[in-house]
Write a protein that binds this ligand. Structure first.
Ligand code: UN1
Length: 511
């Protein structure tokens, strides 16, 4: 499928074949900036997932016997295609999920970075040579693929995150059954076409389009060895809970955050305002790393607030295909309603609203985009109180609390850590001691200093603590979730000699 979506209804990719699947229902991909339908897709059923898992299982034996480097060759083709089609695919991302065009293109760039990392890593060492207590023994840590990997990916990075999961899983010798987000099936279709174009052997990669029921059919099936999930905390915890009860099965879940930025009395306020605006409003606040809490020292609070509010009042919300836009629409109508509920909750809990552009004026909505899912910034100040739900619950929108603090950075970090989440955060300060305190004591997986808390590069571990994730961050560490380690020991002698001083003498009754 090219950039011109066609009128046919697209299907699933199972066992190397395109299929309409077993169900009769279809669903549409909708452009959130216009409300227009882009294309129609068959909705996957349990039977479709069953067929995909069977195809994957059949393909595993042959795929795992290829060398790492041969498997990576398929991925290099995809790497080149992603680069060659950068502009076109960036526009598709923007049309399907509403991120402004530089973000649409960055999504594709992040995808090829991950493919490059995973395919390049095929030529890097994959285990360790480990010393033995016994001179005649060689000990190694070796890896082998786990088998069938179920991948469930979100709409907000519809090209990048599928490759976070699948590039690594495939190069490591696993087979994949993938369900793209129901909001971004067009990106799913294109990625599946790329896998087909690259000649990935049949059954090694399978895609089932659909909703949560298809996702649950993947995660619940005993043929799945690892579930890789990126998405909402509700779904992620359900998956982690269920899979945790199944011996031998693993779930690596990356979920949301209630991310905070600490702006100390020693902050450079240009850096602070720039970082905060980027963190709260890029992607219309719909990154799992977006910041919804700004924790600002009383000495700089008034100046920071004035400058931040001035930008929030004027930030360009509009057509995401227009290069002058900073914020596109929300993903769907129900998400606009969710953002409304969070804004209302903050007001109910005593917030002083400083910017309320939730309902944009008619003249702010570009022509022809009246049916888009528009929201603007909502900024409020509120006194810190550990009981406040608005400071703890993730909105996933341009919904930002300003919290003033006194005292030292220790106090700011205490407030910062008072959420059930722990994904990303930043400190803005010119004082290295404050920076290091934040680095060491903020309960998060991704910590930044004098930067926005978004925009991680793929070669870093990406993942959170507490409610944000269960410890299998992307890139190198994701390999842990899709491989088994074997401790392999070889005796080079004909004598058997044991470690720990354990006797190897066999004694009989005659001794
Ligand atoms: C997400 O927020 O859902 O760090 C993923 C970033 C991106 C990935 C974000 N590289 O902002």
């Amino acid at each position: 499928m090219s950039q011109q979506a066609a009128s046919e209804t697209y299907g699933h990719y199972i066992g190397g074949e395109w299929t309409e699947g077993d169900g009769s229902e279809t669903f549409a991909s909708v452009n959130p900036a216009t409300g227009e339908e882009i294309a129609s897709f068959h909705r996957g059923t349990e039977a479709d997932v069953d067929a995909a898992l069977a195809a994957a299982e059949d393909a595993f034996e042959e795929w795992r016997t290829l060398s790492y480097i041969d498997r990576a060759e398929y991925l290099w083709d995809i790497y080149h295609e992603l680069r060659e089609r950068h502009e076109e695919l960036g526009e598709i991302v923007t049309k399907e999920c509403g991120k402004e065009i530089s973000e649409g293109k960055a999504d594709v760039t992040e995808a090829w970075h991950m493919v490059e990392w995973a395919a390049g890593n095929a030529r890097h060492p994959h285990g360790d040579v480990v010393p033995s207590e016994i001179g005649s023994k060689d000990a190694y840590m070796r890896r082998k693929p786990r088998g069938v990997i179920g991948c469930i990916t979100p709409w907000n990075f519809p090209v990048a995150i599928p490759f976070w999961h699948m590039a690594i899983a495939l190069v490591e010798g696993n087979v994949v059954v993938w369900k793209p987000a129901e909001q971004t099936p067009w990106c799913g279709q294109i990625i599946a076409e790329m896998m087909e174009d690259a000649g990935i052997p049949e059954g090694v990669f399978n895609m089932v389009q659909g909703f949560g029921d298809a996702g649950a059919a993947i995660t619940d099936d005993e043929r799945v060895d690892t579930v890789l999930f990126t998405g909402s905390a509700e779904v992620g915890h359900e998956i982690a809970g269920k899979v945790g009860g199944e011996p031998g099965k693993l779930a690596a879940c990356e979920m949301g955050g209630k991310n905070g930025i600490v702006i100390t009395e020693n902050a450079d306020l240009d850096v602070a305002v720039h970082s905060a605006v980027m963190s709260s409003f890029k992607t219309t606040g719909q990154r799992c790393v977006s910041s919804e809490r700004l924790i600002v020292h009383e000495d700089v609070y008034d100046e920071f607030t004035e400058r931040y509010v001035e930008i929030a009042e004027n930030i360009a919300v509009g057509d995401p295909l227009d290069a002058d836009t900073f914020m596109g629409p929300a993903i769907e109508e129900s998400h606009v309603e969710k953002i409304r509920r969070h804004n209302e909750l903050a007001e109910k809990e005593g917030a002083t609203v400083l910017v309320d552009r939730f309902e944009l004026d008619d003249d702010e909505i570009p022509d022809g985009h009246e049916d888009g899912y528009w929201v603007g910034p909502f900024v409020y100040e509120i006194d810190y109180d550990p009981e406040l739900r608005c400071l703890k619950e993730e909105c996933f929108g341009p919904h930002v609390a300003l919290i003033e603090y006194s005292d030292d950075v220790e106090r700011a970090v205490e407030i910062h850590n008072d959420t059930p989440y722990g994904l990303a955060g930043a400190v803005i300060s010119e004082d290295y001691r404050q920076i290091h305190h934040f680095r060491d004591r903020a309960d998060i997986g991704l910590a930044y200093a004098n930067l926005p808390c978004i925009g991680a590069e793929v070669q870093l571990p990406f993942g959170g603590v507490k409610k944000s994730g269960n410890g299998y961050p992307s890139a190198r560490e994701a390999i842990e979730a899709v491989t088994e380690r074997t401790a392999f020991t070889l005796n080079n002698s004909t004598d058997i000699e044991m470690a720990q001083g354990l006797s190897a003498d066999i004694k009989t009754q005659d001794d």
